[in-house]
Design a protein around this ligand. Structure first.
Ligand code: AMP
Length: 440
């Protein structure tokens, strides 16, 4: 087990480890306030290896590391669950490293050529960036809009900088894919100075997933990304929809924060802002209490008593009226966004894509959403719809459907790995790594 940073004689790069027995690897990290998810990728070619999660960091009696690794021969995945102490993200990362060294590759710490980090909010940064002081300052600045997520992301970055000193680190932002939205889609109808001086605007989230879905859809449609027009529905505990024209996001349902848009597991999605004022002034809730109510106690949970769609569907089947109401609300809102985004795309929609926990697994929900959308050229094949579950990719459109209806399992880690590799380049030295662009 490692207790300190492994000794690097030389910063690993793809050139200085080629010709040795070492195999270049990427490490993808996704840090939460008390958790650290990781996934390893082989670089040549880009292939996913072990992944896992360190949970309850700081709670030494209950810290757990769960990991699984695919069997290279295609058999059952190997799984681990261990109790390991970690007082902070740095010690969690060191434990992860020790674990990987014992179970995957003893040379892992010398094989990592880049680390890719998921960062939730990047303001108007439009591409992944090589982490330097300016980029870190920008992530800190954006924490005002993501007060739980960005500081956690920074903890992961600081841990990786300590543990992998000198190895290039890249931030991939949930907001970046949406940076192409036109101002009329992202400016709110409130005094312009609030945008100009305080950066209050729509940013959008789940961008890594939406980008991945667009790339996959283009491949399935046999088109280049730049000529692909789709509506991507990332439907999970958190949900968002994006309108994508010529491969670029032109609108999305989440806003300045992930609270806006669809009805979610515990978030309310779209509400009249006057509701918030009314709750505060008439019911006497503080801003913090209202924030908690809208983010953690609303959505499916608030309406039905459960945030889990499986439980909601089961209760609705048993005739529980509130569960049926929650399900109907969820379906109604997704339909509304598909209709609105069809109009935003001028009716030229190549495909509607369903993804994430709900979109990939609930044929019932997909069927309900698509019911009655024949007028928009969307016709589902109910048998194909039933079959596309459990992480299976599929085209569920009926033969005559003008718009393709696709189920695509999302893979945010793979997308982060791909984008990290694009930043550090296929070149040989980390010094050659390019930084991403800032949007105007
Ligand atoms: P995610 O946040 O992407 O992990 O998605 C979580 C959501 O997916 C939860 O609301 C789950 O209830 C939902 N989900 C997962 N599997 C199914 C399923 N077979 N049917 C309905 N909902 C599902």
């Amino acid at each position: 087990m490692l207790t300190s940073r492994p000794p690097f004689g030389q910063v690993p790069t793809r050139s200085n480890i080629s010709g040795t027995a070492l195999k270049p690897k990427l490490l993808v990290l996704n840090a939460g306030s008390s958790s650290l998810k990781f996934k390893i990728f082989g670089v040549e070619p880009l292939v996913a290896g072990m992944g896992g999660m360190f949970d309850r960091i700081g709670d030494s009696a209950n810290c757990t590391l769960k990991a699984s690794a695919p069997d290279p021969l295609g058999g059952k995945a190997r799984k681990w669950e261990l109790k390991l102490p970690a007082s902070d993200h740095t010690s969690a990362l060191q434990e992860i490293l020790g674990f990987i060294s014992e179970n995957v590759s003893g040379s892992f710490s010398r094989e990592v050529v880049a680390v890719g980090h998921r960062v939730v909010h990047g303001l108007d940064i439009s591409a992944p960036v090589l982490l330097d002081t300016a980029a870190i300052d920008r992530i800190r600045e954006a924490a005002v809009f993501a007060p739980l997520h960005n500081p956690a992301g920074l903890q992961g970055i600081e841990a990786a900088q300590r543990v992998f000193e000198g190895v290039p680190q890249v931030a991939v932002f949930d907001t970046a894919f949406h940076a192409t939205m036109p101002p009329y889609a992202y400016v709110y109808g409130i005094p312009y100075e609030l945008y100009d001086k305080h950066q209050i605007r729509r940013y959008g989230f789940h961008g890594t997933s939406h980008k991945y879905l667009v790339d996959q859809a283009a491949a399935m449609l046999g088109k280049s990304v730049s000529e692909t027009n789709v509506i991507t529905c990332h439907l999970g505990n958190g949900s968002s929809v994006a309108a994508v024209q010529n491969g670029r996001c032109v609108d999305t349902s989440m806003g300045m924060t992930p609270l806006e848009g669809l009805l979610m597991g515990t978030r309310c999605g779209d509400v009249d802002p006057a509701v918030v004022l009314h709750i505060e002034s008439q019911l006497g809730l503080s801003a913090k209490e209202t924030d908690n109510l809208l983010n953690k106690k609303s959505g499916l949970l608030g309406v039905t008593g459960s945030s889990d769609l499986r439980a909601v569907i089961e209760a609705a089947h048993k005739g529980e009226a509130r569960a049926q109401l929650g399900l109907d609300m969820l379906v109604h809102r997704i339909k509304k966004y598909i209709g609105a985004y069809t109009a935003v795309l001028g009716g030229k929609v190549d495909a509607v894509i369903f993804s994430a926990g709900i979109g990939e697994n609930s044929s019932l929900l997909r069927g309900l959403v698509l019911e009655g959308l024949q007028g928009l050229g969307m016709e589902v094949d109910s048998e194909l719809n039933q079959q596309a579950v459990g992480g299976r990719q599929g085209d569920i459109s009926a033969p005559g459907s003008r718009v393709k209806l696709l189920v695509i399992p999302t893979d945010e880690e793979l997308s982060i790995a791909q984008q990290t590799l694009q930043v550090v380049g296929t070149g040989s030295t980390n010094a050659a790594a390019g930084a991403g662009a800032m949007a105007a």
